[in-house]
Write a protein of this length. Structure first.
Length: 94
């Protein structure tokens, strides 16, 4: 391997993303695409996981992904509020 080539693999020293933050964002975005009942469950899990990830990122400065966790919390909260409103509305007559 040449000296100027970037290292790859576990010992490369690159940023380590929090798996909780990544998973929370994937679930939150997935909740946007699901029907209302399933979206409520996915968004609730994503919200909790995003909040746990934010706490983990504050405790471990070697991890990155704060923006991912914040985005997951925002998207999941939006889905939860929107779906609760959607489910609370009466069904149209007909």
């Amino acid at each position: 391997m040449t000296e100027g080539a970037p290292k790859r693999g576990p010992g490369s020293g690159g940023p380590r993303y929090s798996w909780k933050a990544v998973t929370a964002l994937v679930l939150a975005v997935g909740a946007l695409l699901m029907p209302a009942i399933l979206a409520l469950a996915l968004a609730a899990v994503a919200l909790v996981l995003g909040l746990v990830a934010r706490r983990e990122l504050k405790r471990e400065p070697s991890l990155t992904g704060g923006a991912l966790a914040l985005a997951a919390v925002i998207v999941a909260a939006f889905v939860l509020v929107f779906d609760v409103i959607l489910l609370a509305l009466p069904a149209p007559p007909g």
